[in-house]
Write a protein that binds this ligand. Structure first.
Ligand code: HEM
Length: 334
């Protein structure tokens, strides 16, 4: 049973989160378009839109329980580069898909294409690819976090026509980043330290390639040894999963409940079991450590994660007559 002190701490934590969230809702959106997004955006123009997208996400989830991770990441990578405009879905000789953080790494495109094709059959030219991805992300939060119901998710985003690989390198945070550099790259998008720590909790689901952690496991900063900040038992486990000659192996981002969006991630980070240096970075400053502790509370994390993802979904959106509604998600309309 919870002691009175731990209950009070929980309530305090929740109040702090609510306060942080209120401040961010008012202040921190980048761009103004988000004010024109609204829930039930397609209620009249394409009443089954959300159902159709959900169906494709459920199909993909049945095939692969790690699938929600693919879409949560894709949504973040879309919104941080040029705003939530589905630029990440475009194919061209130099598109975001080809940028180093995305190439051979992002997955889940087929399920989005399936949803979009089904939408075009029933209401052609109405639902943007940016919204397909946004609603897919909402669905994937719910699929990976049973019991969580995301309310008031908005639609109304329109599709961009530009996608440039180099922008993935300047806009997306890298896995070798320290806290200051993570904080800076999130701040550029109107996301604060709480958002950084909460959204990093997405690393409780999905898959990663071993190549990204080999140097951390075998030759950290040229020492010939593992990163000393890592838990030794965790290093041993990861070495089994990622032998030095297997950079292409894909492993679970989190070992205990790999397909659940949950708070195990935060206990792992506290104990030196964060997969990337960027995960470990969260425990390298007092503010980071405190926010990691706050997010170990499931109620806090569940609420704050949805709110932070809504903020991500508001970044630099195109609305009204801006951009276009693509017919297919991987190419601009001719
Ligand atoms: C804090 C800065 C972040 C860094 C440095 C980072 C970096 C990475 C890297 C390197 C991978 C592995 C990719 C691969 O091996 O192919 C990954 C995977 C992943 N990331 Fe992040 N990420 C960050 C933030 C986020 C955010 C904000 C989200 C979503 C809200 C997210 C969601 C995911 C998910 C779900 C996966 C697994 C993808 C899959 O299953 O295909 N990450 N991240």
């Amino acid at each position: 049973m919870a002691t009175p002190i731990s209950s009070r701490l929980k309530v305090l934590a929740i109040l702090v989160v609510v306060a942080l969230v209120c401040v961010q809702e008012v202040n921190a959106q980048t761009g103004k378009g988000w004010r024109r997004l609204r829930p039930n955006f397609y209620a009249r123009s394409c009443p089954d839109a959300e159902k159709i997208i959900r169906q494709s996400m459920e199909n993909a989830y049945q095939q692969d329980p790690s699938f929600p991770g693919a879409i949560l990441r894709m949504f973040f990578h879309d919104c941080v580069v040029r705003g939530c405009d589905a630029s990440v879905l475009l194919d061209n000789d130099d598109s975001e898909k080809l940028g180093a953080p995305n190439a051979n790494s992002l997955r889940g495109f087929e399920a989005l294409d399936e949803a979009k094709a089904n939408l075009e059959n029933v209401c052609p030219g109405v639902v943007s690819c940016a919204d397909v991805l946004a609603y897919a992300a909402r669905d994937c939060i719910e699929l990976a976090s049973p019991g969580t119901k995301v309310r008031n998710w908005t639609g109304g985003r329109r599709d961009g026509v530009v996608s440039v690989s180099a922008e993935t390198l300047t806009e997306l945070p890298g896995p070798f980043s320290n806290f200051t550099s993570l904080e800076r790259s999130f701040a550029k998008k109107g996301l604060n330290q709480m958002d950084l720590v909460v959204l990093s909790g997405a690393h409780s689901v999905g898959k990663a390639r071993c190549g990204i952690i080999l140097s951390r496991l075998y030759n950290f900063k040229g020492t010939g040894k593992p990163d000393p900040s890592m838990n030794p038992a965790y290093v041993a486990k990861l070495k089994q999963l990622c032998p030095p000659n297997a950079p292409g192996n894909r492993i679970d981002m989190e070992q205990r409940s790999p397909n659940r969006l949950d708070v195990n991630y935060y206990a792992d980070v506290e104990q030196g079991r964060g997969l990337f240096e960027s995960d470990n970075a969260l425990r390298t400053t007092p503010a980071g450590r405190w926010l990691v502790r706050v997010n170990k509370n499931k109620r806090v994390f569940d609420t704050a994660f949805v709110l932070a993802m809504k903020k991500v979904g508001n970044i630099d959106v195109l609305v009204g007559n801006q951009g276009q509604i693509r017919t297919v998600c991987n190419a601009v309309n001719v």
